[in-house]
Design a protein around this ligand. Sequence first.
Ligand SMILES: Cc1cc2nc3c(=O)[nH]c(=O)nc-3n(C[C@H](O)[C@H](O)[C@H](O)COP(=O)(O)O)c2cc1C
Length: 387
Amino acid sequence: MPVITTIDDLKQMHRRRAPKMFFDYCESGSWTEQTFRENTSDFDKLRLRQRIAVDMSNRTLASTMIGRDVAMPVALAPVGMTGMQCADGEIKAARAALKFGVPYTLSTMSICSIEDVAKATKAPFWFQLYVMRDEEFVDNIINRAKHAGCDALVLTLDLQLLGQRHKDLKNGLSAPPKLTPKTILNIATKWSWGLEMLQTKNRSFGNIVGHAKSATDMSSLSSWTAEQFEPKLDWGMIARLKEKWGGKLILKGILDVEDAKKAVAVGCDAIVVSNHGGRQLDGALSAIRMLPAIVAAVGTQTEVLMDSGIRSGQDILKARALGAHGVMIGRAYIYGLGAMGEAGVTKSLEILAREMDLTMALCGKRDIADVDRDVLLVPKDFEGDWA
Ligand SMILES: Cc1cc2nc3c(=O)[nH]c(=O)nc-3n(C[C@H](O)[C@H](O)[C@H](O)COP(=O)(O)O)c2cc1C
C-alpha cells in the first residue's frame, strides 16, 4: 500500500484503477481547458502570511453551512456519474461525508438514485437539480428529494447547454460503458473496478431511468443532455422552482457580480461562485479570481460558497480568506473515491482538514472563524483590470 499524503497521490491511484473513459470524464475541462487549468494555477498566485510566536494550541475548523454544523466548511459537490468511478460511488461518498461531518450533494445525473442514497445513509444530504424540459419530471424529482429528507436543494444554473469536452466525445462516454473492442481492452486491465461493478445493480442513471419518459436511450450523455436540459431557464423559472421546493436553496454556478445580485433578489440561502470546474465556459475567469468582487457585492446578504480548483487545505484557507464562507470540492474527493472507495473519500477529507489546520496555525490563527484577508498576500493585479 503506497503512503498517501496528498490529493495528487489519490489522483494517480484513481487514474490506475478506473476505466480511462471515467477518469477522463473527471479530469477534463471544456475546449482548450484554459479555465480548468487556471482554476488551480490562480490559487498558486495567492501567498500566505507566516506569523510566529502566537499560541497555536486548541485549534478548530468547526463551522456552519446554511445553518448546519459542519466539521469544516467544506461540502462535497454534486458530481455526475460518481457511481461509475467506483461501484455505488454516491452511497460511499455520502457515507464518508456523513461520518466526517460535512454535507454531501447528490447530482441529478448520479448513478445511485435519491432513494438508494437515502436508504443507505439514513441522514439528510443536499440534492442538486438540473432543470429539464420535462416539467413533470422536474416536479417529481423535487418531490422525491423532499420525500427522501434532503435538507437543501442545490440548483445548478451554469449548464443549460453542455460545454464540449473533447475527451468524452472521443472516448464515447456512456453509463454503463458500451462494450467496444477499445473499452473491453481497457476494462480488462481494471479488474478490481470491474469485480465491484458486477456486484451492484446500479449501473445507469438512477434518478432518470424509469422516471423520465425520454430516458429510453441515454447512452450518449452529450446528445441526451442537449435534448433534455431546459435551455430557456431564466430567473422567473428559478423563482417558481424555489417556491415548489420550499426549503433551503443554494444557487450554484454564479461567476458574475450582476448574476450574484439577481440570485440575492430571487432569494436564496447561499450561492456557489463556480465555473463548474472549468467544464462549461472555457475562457471564463477562475472562480477564485471572481470571488472577492462577488463577496463585496452580496456577501452580507447571502452565504457565499465557492468551488472550482480546490486541491488542498491551503486552497480552502485562501478561499475563506478572500471571503468565501465555505467551499465545495469536486475532483478532490472523486480522486479518493476512484482510488479507494469510501476509505478514499475519507482520506481526501482527512488530507484537506490536516493541511487546512496546520496551515491556519502557521498563519497564526486557531479558529477558522478568525481566518480573514489578513492571512493572505494577494498580488495587486490578482482580480485583473478587465475592460
Ligand atoms: C466529473 C464531474 C462531474 C460533475 N457533474 C456535476 C453535476 O452533475 N452537477 C453539478 O452541478 N456539477 C457537476 N460538476 C461540477 C462540480 O459540482 C463542481 O462545481 C466542480 O467539480 C468544482 O471544481 P473542482 O472539481 O475543481 O473542485 C461536475 C464536476 C466533475 C469534475
